[in-house]
Design a protein around this ligand. Structure first.
Ligand code: UD1
Ligand code: CA
Length: 466
């Protein structure tokens, strides 16, 4: 039978040093919150090892905010009223959850270690099972170990001495405690009973459950980055940088051409196919996917969007919640707002804004236009400076334009309006009535020419004789 594992994240602390109005677990990191990262690592770990699991987050400071961020995920939220230390936090977990004592194993994580991954957790699990240990702590070596609990190894087990309580000799130990532990639940429950607050900080230290005589092991990991703890915004930024570097390296290793990778920002869930090219200063955010052979030129921001194959996203374009099918060209300087859908080979040129609009295959809107709440049929060409007047001050209305029509430059269509297939709108028109298929429509003042009258209007250096 596989183990049932209780996973607990300690997240009751205030995180004062971050100087944010949100509690530390909710510090923003890329498109997510700090606590989402260890939660995701734990989820992946239980899946990979086919473990039955339940999750709890020990909350205290600003707990409503933490709970509201994580609710409806089956997570329980034991409350630690006063932050009396990490052992006290774990006691709150055992006393205030429905499942914790029924799990054979207990995994303890901190909310503030975003670089932790499932492999580390699998490693600890393997170590505990293979050596039939009661507990295992993840440790690492730090040249400047200040602030961390130091690992003091014995013949069998080890113990942990906190910075405040350490002698100068112990302070020179470079192996430190990461704050990540896996226990047999029976063991941790009884060990917790023996923890007191008889130390310099007057706190109940969870680290006191490790003893030199106990059947416990400190497992030292090579890569200390994995345990980077976020206490300050400087550390938050360090974490973000490492996350981004890992992501971009992963893309490079999978055939994505990334030019000047230090300046390319790619969120965790973004998927980029091989042979895509990402130029400097591009931001790919949220749930974005980009298909093969697409080129993303400098300065583009793409958020929660699906981009097809062979698309050219030209410099400084901004896309959010949009679908762009294959072989489209967008930009430079285009803004595709939520609800935009471009059929294949559509062309959106510079200074064009679209919103909530569906443009079929081969449509071209090449210059200086606003297309909102519209449907445009295939192969229709929209001239320069076109505007859908979609808003009457109260409501938005729809503009429907058929296939293979030609809309002259500087046209405004006043919605709701329908323009048919194969129609032609003369440039400079303000179109307020529907135009049927194959019709020509023009709506502008007739041109007058008065010979030799310009002198009446020209002033200053433009002045001329009659
Ligand atoms: C802890 C460890 C230290 C380790 C370090 C790694 C102890 C006594 N020390 O120290 O050995 O090197 O982590 O980062 O455990 N928390 C609560 N309730 C509390 C206190 C803390 O929920 O009463 C939570 C915090 O929100 C945080 C985590 O526990 O997520 C760790 O607490 P923190 O105060 O940061 O511990 P450190 O002093 O860093
Ligand atoms: Ca800490």
């Amino acid at each position: 039978m596989s183990d049932k594992i209780g996973i607990v994240l300690l997240a009751a602390g205030e995180g004062k040093r971050l100087k944010l109005s949100v509690p530390k677990p909710l510090a923003p990191l890329n498109n997510k919150k700090l606590i989402d990262y260890p939660l995701k690592a734990a989820e992946k770990f239980t899946k990979e090892n086919s473990l039955e699991s339940k999750v709890a987050v020990v909350v205290g400071h600003k707990r409503e905010m933490v709970i509201s961020h994580l609710e409806n995920k089956g997570i329980e939220f034991p409350v630690q009223e006063q932050q009396l230390g990490t052992a006290d936090a774990l006691r709150s977990y055992f006393n205030n959850t429905s499942f914790s004592k029924d799990c054979s194993l207990t995994l303890v994580l901190c909310a503030d270690t975003p670089l932790l991954n499932d492999e580390v957790l699998s490693c600890l699990y393997k170590e505990l099972k293979e050596n039939q240990l009661d507990g295992v702590a993840a440790t690492f070596k730090e040249n400047n170990p200040y602030g961390y609990g130091r690992i003091v190894r014995g013949d069998k087990g080890f113990n942990i001495v906190e910075e405040k309580d350490a002698t100068d000799e112990l302070r020179s130990i470079q192996e430190v405690n990461s704050g990540l532990y896996l226990f047999k639940t029976d063991y941790i429950l009884s060990a917790l009973e023996g923890v007191d607050s008889d130390n310099k900080a007057g706190e109940f230290y969870l680290t006191d459950v490790f003893q030199k005589e106990a059947n416990v092991k400190a497992f030292c990991f090579e890569n200390k980055d994995l345990f980077l703890g976020v206490n300050t915004l400087v550390q938050l930024e360090q974490a973000r940088k490492i996350l981004n570097k890992n992501k971009v390296n992963n893309l490079l290793n999978n055939g994505v051409i990334v030019i000047d990778p230090d300046t390319v920002y790619v969120d965790d869930e973004v998927e980029v196919a091989a042979e895509v090219t990402l130029y400097p200063n591009t931001f790919l955010m949220g749930k974005t996917t980009i298909a093969t052979k697409t080129v993303v030129e400098p300065g583009c921001i793409v958020k929660n969007s699906t981009i097809g194959e062979g698309v050219s996203l030209k410099a400084y374009s901004h896309l959010e919640n949009v679908i762009v099918e294959k072989n489209c060209a967008v930009g430079p300087y285009a803004r595709l707002r939520p609800g935009t859908e471009l059929g294949e080979k559509t062309k959106i040129g510079n200074f064009v804004e679209t919103k909530n609009s569906k443009l079929d295959k081969g449509v071209a809107v090449s210059h200086l236009s606003y297309v909102g709440d519209a449907e445009i049929g295939e192969e229709t060409n929209i001239g320069c400076g076109f505007i859908t007047c979609n808003y009457d001050g109260e409501q938005k209305h729809k503009t429907i334009i058929g296939k293979r029509s030609f809309i002259g430059s500087d046209t405004q269509t006043i919605a709701p309006i329908k323009i048919g297939d194969n129609s032609f709108i003369g440039s400079g028109s303000t179109v307020s009535r529907d135009v049927p298929d194959k019709a020509f429509s023009i709506a502008r003042g007739r041109q007058e020419i008065k010979e030799n009258l310009a002198h009446r209007f020209l002033r200053g250096k433009w002045k001329v004789d009659k």
